[in-house]
Design a protein around this ligand. Structure first.
Ligand code: FES
Length: 126
């Protein structure tokens, strides 16, 4: 019979929390970093942590679409788009775009942000 009990100091030592790796392609460069699990990349950029200063963003509330990125890898682990993403991105969702301010990252992900920001489909309410 195998012993499945861990003998190290920490109860969670055999199940280390995943440290998501983020790759952001922008303006011909690939920027790579690690973030804490359950990180919002726009919030991080707002406090000048990676992916700052590479990630473009605006409102942080799903209104302006300036944070929109195409998800190159890891899309299958993201939750379904919320109503703000559906409203602002519409058919762009089918092209792989997501609003990064609406996502909390728990896994490795690779993103590409266009040179020019997307125009949000619905009017921006001030
Ligand atoms: S920062 Fe405005 S929609 Fe994401």
């Amino acid at each position: 019979m195998s012993n499945t009990r861990c003998h190290r100091a920490s109860e969670n030592c055999c199940r280390p929390e995943q440290v998501p790796k983020v790759i952001l392609h922008r303006d011909g460069h690939a920027h790579q970093g690690e973030v804490a699990s359950n990180s919002n990349l726009v919030v991080r950029a707002g406090i000048k942590q990676f992916p700052y200063p590479h990630l473009r963003y605006g409102c942080g509330m799903g209104k302006c679409a300036k944070c929109a990125c195409r998800v190159l890898k890891g899309a299958e682990q993201l939750p379904a788009p919320n109503w703000k993403e559906k409203q602002r991105l519409g058919p762009r969702l089918e092209e792989g775009y997501r609003l990064i301010c609406q996502l909390w990252i728990n896994h490795d992900i690779e993103l590409a942000q266009d040179k020019t920001p997307l125009e949000p489909l619905a009017p921006v309410v001030p």
